[in-house]
Design a protein around this ligand. Structure first.
Ligand SMILES: Nc1nc2c(c(=O)[nH]1)N[C@H]1C(S)=C(S)[C@@H](COP(=O)(O)OP(=O)(O)OC[C@H]3O[C@@H](n4cnc5c(=O)[nH]c(N)nc54)[C@H](O)[C@@H]3O)O[C@H]1N2
Ligand SMILES: Nc1nc2c(c(=O)[nH]1)N[C@H]1C(S)=C(S)[C@@H](COP(=O)(O)OP(=O)(O)OC[C@H]3O[C@@H](n4cnc5c(=O)[nH]c(N)nc54)[C@H](O)[C@@H]3O)O[C@H]1N2
Ligand code: SF4
Ligand SMILES: [Mo]
Length: 901
């Protein structure tokens, strides 16, 4: 079933995914889908989109959507309910629990994927009216260390720079950022700078990612040691006359203490090399580059934020920019790359438990100001619980009611098994969702509220450079889905707070939010969009992307902050912070000898509820995996392409193994995306230690002690089905979107009888099958008319069949005689070779075709592009093309292995 579009022509909106905030042109196809293109006029992307953005049109189907409110009936089953009953139930539950146990017994857990307007209303309801600050968000897992780092240094959560700085910089330092995969359009912008102006890249990351090009300086430091590197840099800048003494004297304080501390942590190049595990030449090269280049932007993301000392890492970086006055100037700034489309909007409305609205905090004057503005009857007077602590309080039974909105904590929080069991203890567990089923919904939700999804919802989001853009609807609301702000306001009304929540549109909420940002501000707070507080409904509808601050009166948008000081601290001086020496809070032991690093892959978004629906995006990396260095693989007898069991003190997973030297010895890497909805035994959050930064409360997701052991999987195979299936228990699998249905990649150590018995009741009358009990092979195809209805292919692991040809047959509406005849062989009728894993998602170009082109003489990514089109649209695969070329030059036979993931 598909939504019915509103009959509109092309609508300007903003991408649903990352914090780059690309402008999108969506043209509904009148069948519930839409053609997607980049908006050439949007200042974030000027028309470009990455693979994920380009595939947004493949994620709009309604098959997996939650379309009606649902509640548990007396027997415990989830059944459809009316909105009225569901909202009454939520309001009654919150009212009773607050009456009996106080406001501290209830909480909201929100998301940087909500619109600013949804976020504003949730925050207002909980902090101003229910009277608790237990509102936290997945931004705690994402940006919290940057927020605290900014506040400590600048007195406010201000991003000082803008995207134009990335075009104008001569040196771009990536710290804990895999921007090539995670902020692809900005990365392309920076590559354009490199090509046109010769900007140089330095990449600081324990593993060699696709963000590292051939001519860049790569610093593969030991995990968690960034503070030592930037302390060493500060000491070096001081020792080599590279400080901006005038800036330090006029605009900052705390320099001497910070420098003294830096010198104790890493006072020389040699000491820095020792503390970080890097070699002295590389350290010295980086320090010289930084010293000699005044236009330098240091970009940082989760390798910095998600650390037990993430806040100190942020300040160690900012210290170097303050000390050189390289802040808020064209091409010179520290720059926090934000993750989610509205990570920044959430911070603006005070979505975090330790913030109040409009960049105000829990000081008596801020509390009083917000109370008066909201006319709030029960304003929270102190900070609430941060995410990890919040879920601990749920586990202990202290928080009894929780409303989750726009996030999947049963997957994404550390120690995720404990989180899941904690959710099961709630007296009232409400989830506002787009999808009918995910690990959080399935953790025992009592009430499900259907929310409008991207393409349907309407409001604003703020990107990494403080630019507010409109997300506009271009599809009609499906089923009974409603805006999140509407559901919140309805509950508020039922709790007796109708006057404060009489909202009828996102525009109205936006105006109130803008008005609060201006309220008694007078330049004292960075976040001020008073210039927009009287925007009419029509002007809101057509609002072009604007950067804040945008104060009322005849003021200009402000692209940069702090070039001339004027920080938001009490004395208006930027504050140097003396960080702690780096020290990981967990230890590797004989039992857990390695560290597990986790992060993202190019073509999936978080827990895959949307990107997991796109066949195009499912082709690049179809399965969960663990990456390991060859030395460790030898040490633990792990084979490439085999399976391994990972165990930490918190949980376990079974993952496919990729061996390569991009990983440093002692560390494993596993992507975060797969979960119990999309795979078996691959919910990586269950492995992660719930260790948090002391200032930000952000968990360290990138360094959990872990052990690894090979597991035998004698059988491999795949299933293609028109509908999702419940697989037999115990099978390691990954679910992949394919054209015409859903695929499963399988691995197990069972007999083929398992599959034959499981499949039998699912087969129709028209079946072709093949069994070779001796080899342990079984293949069966069930037809419905001219098409394949369902098929299963399993066989010995050492002779696993590629599914390319069968997938092609499965996609066909009517099989040719040849196709049908060849089907059980798993080969294509025309004898064409398998494409191999898809490298270029935009044009569906596979690794085998690329390797063939390289063998035939293509020596640059450009030549491959000219021949196969690969890399000529979004450009996200160009690093991988270069890697394949390099591998081909090194040793043709090794191409597949080196290029894997
Ligand atoms: N394709 C894709 N893009 C995304 C997302 C997605 O799900 N998929 N999610 C978005 C979101 S919400 C976010 S927050 C961003 C995240 O964007 P990134 O932060 O770029 O992504 P990650 O892969 O989480 O981590 C970045 C890198 O940190 C490195 N790292 C680990 N430990 C350390 C350390 O101690 N020091 C240093 N210097 N580096 C370290 C890891 O090896 C990893 O390569 O991506 C956004 N964009
Ligand atoms: N180990 C490890 N864990 C991590 C990370 C890591 O690097 N390593 N990264 C962390 C980071 S940075 C992040 S941002 C998180 C992300 O983790 P999550 O936020 O848990 O992941 P998502 O899959 O984005 O979850 C969003 C959910 O909200 C739903 N949704 C989308 N839009 C809307 C809407 O408008 N309204 C409502 N009501 N629902 C909506 C989607 O269907 C989906 O179920 O993961 C964190 N967890
Ligand atoms: S870089 Fe890609 S995912 Fe991020 S906003 Fe742009 S198109 Fe969307
Ligand atoms: Mo994030």
């Amino acid at each position: 079933m598909n939504a019915i579009d509103t009959g509109l022509t092309t609508v300007r909106t903003t991408c649903a995914y990352c914090g780059v905030g690309c402008g999108v042109l969506a043209t509904p196809d009148k069948q519930g889908g839409a053609a997607i293109a980049g908006d050439p006029d949007h200042p974030a992307n000027y028309g470009r989109l990455c693979s994920k953005g380009s595939a947004l049109g493949e994620t709009l189907a309604l098959d997996e959507r939650l379309l009606h409110p649902m509640m548990r009936d007396a027997s415990g089953a989830m059944v459809r309910a009316g909105w009225n009953d569901a909202l009454d139930h939520v309001a009654d539950g919150f009212r009773h629990i607050v009456a009996e146990h106080g406001p501290g017994a209830v909480a909201f857990y929100l998301s940087g994927q909500l619109l600013t307007e949804d976020y504003y209303v949730a925050n207002k309801l909980m902090k101003g009216f229910i009277g608790s600050a237990n509102v936290d968000t997945n931004s705690r897992l994402c940006m919290a260390s940057s927020v605290v780092g900014h506040k400590r240094a600048f007195g406010a959560d201000t991003v000082p720079g803008c995207y134009e700085d990335l075009d104008q910089a001569d040196l771009l330092v990536f710290v804990g950022s895999n921007a090539a995969w995670c902020h692809p359009v900005l990365y392309q912008r920076m590559l354009a700078n490199k090509q046109a102006r010769g900007a140089r890249f330095v990449v600081i990351d324990p593993r060699r990612t696709d963000t590292v090009g051939d001519d860049d300086l790569f610093l593969g430091l030991k995990p968690g040691t960034d503070t030592a590197l930037f302390s060493g840099l500060l000491a070096y800048l001081a020792d080599n006359g590279a400080l901006d003494r005038a800036y330090i004297a006029q605009h900052t304080s705390g320099f001497d203490e910070a420098l003294a501390r830096a010198k104790t942590i890493a006072g020389s190049v040699a000491a820095t090399a020792r503390a970080t595990g890097l070699n002295e030449v590389d350290v010295a090269t980086f320090f010289q580059m930084f010293r000699q280049t005044s236009r330098v932007v240091t970009l940082y993301s989760q390798g910095v934020n998600q650390s037990a000392q993430g806040t100190d890492k942020v300040n160690a970086i900012i210290n170097c920019h303050l000390a050189t006055g390289r802040i808020g100037k064209p091409g010179a700034s520290p720059f926090s790359l934000t993750g989610q489309p509205n990570a920044m909007g959430g911070r603006e409305v005070g979505g975090l438990a330790n913030q109040l609205a409009a960049h105000m905090g829990f000081t008596p004057s801020d509390i009083d100001r917000v109370r008066r503005f909201w006319k709030a009857p029960h304003i929270a007077t102190h900070e609430g619980l941060k995410a990890v602590a919040m879920f601990d309080a749920i586990d202990r039974g202290e928080i009894k009611a929780l409303w989750v909105m726009g996030t999947n904590p049963a997957v994404s929080l550390p120690d995720a098994d404990k989180v899941r069991s904690a959710l099961g203890k709630l007296d009232l567990f409400v989830v506002s969702e787009n999808v009918l089923s995910n690990d959080t919904v399935n953790a025992g939700a009592h009430v499900l509220l259907p929310a409008l999804a991207w393409g349907e919802k309407s409001g604003t989001v703020t990107n990494s450079e403080r630019r507010i853009s409109r997300q506009r609807s271009f599809l009609r609301a499906p089923g009974e889905a409603k805006p999140d702000w509407w559901a919140l306001s309805e509950v508020a009304k039922r709790l007796g707070f109708g006057a404060g929540f009489a909202y009828t549109s996102a525009a109205q909420i936006f105006r109130e939010h803008a008005m609060l940002s201006d309220f008694e501000n007078d330049g004292s707070r960075d976040f001020d969009i008073g210039g927009l507080m009287h925007v009419t409904d029509d002007a809101f509808d057509t609002m072009a992307p604007v950067q804040w601050p945008l104060r009322k009166g005849p003021t200009m948008q402000q692209a940069r902050f702090f070039a001339k000081g004027r920080f938001f601290t009490r004395d208006q001086r930027g504050q140097f912070i003396a960080p702690e020496a780096p020290e990981l809070r967990t230890q590797v032991t004989e039992e857990r000898p390695l560290r597990l690093n986790t992060g993202r892959v190019r073509d999936q978004w978080h827990t895959m509820t949307r990107t997991g629906l796109s066949p195009r995006l499912g082709q690049h990396i179809p399965e969960p995996y663990v990456e390991i260095h060859p030395d460790d693989a030898t040490r633990f007898a792990i084979a490439d392409g085999g399976y391994a069991h990972l165990t930490t003190d918190y949980g376990a997973c079974t993952l496919k193994v990729v061996i390569n030297e991009r990983q440093q010895p002692g560390m494993l890497f596993a992507p975060i995306h797969w979960n119990d909805e999309t795979a078996g035994y691959a919910r990586v959050g269950a492995l992660v230690a719930p260790v948090v930064d002391p200032y930000s409360g952000q968990p360290e997701n990138k360094a959990t002690p872990v052990s690894i052991a090979a597991v035998a999987m004698s059988q491999r195979g795949f299933i293609l089905s028109r509908k999702p299936l419940a697989l037999p228990p115990g099978v390691v699998h990954a679910r992949v979107a394919v054209t015409g249905g859903v695929g499963y990649l399988l691995a197990d150590d069972a007999e083929i009888a398992l599959w034959r018995d499981w499949l039998a009741p699912l087969l129709g009358d028209d079946v072709a099958s093949f069994a070779d009990a001796g080899r342990g092979a079984y293949r069966a195809v069930s037809f419905a008319g001219e098409r394949i209805a369902l098929c299963l292919f399993v066989g010995p692991a050492d002779d696993a069949l590629s599914w390319d040809a069968v997938k092609e047959a499965f996609a066909a509406d009517a099989l040719s005689d040849d196709q049908r005849r060849m089907l059980l062989s798993g080969r294509s009728a025309d004898g064409a070779a398998s494409a191999g894993p898809i490298v270029c998602a935009c044009f569906g170009v596979g690794r085998n075709a690329i390797n063939d082109a390289i063998a035939a003489g293509c020596a640059t990514a450009g030549e491959i592009g000219a021949k196969l089109k690969a890399g000529t649209n979004c450009g996200s695969c160009i690093p991988e093309l270069k890697r394949l070329i390099a591998a081909g030059e090194a040793e043709p036979d090794q191409q597949r292995k080196v290029a894997a993931s």
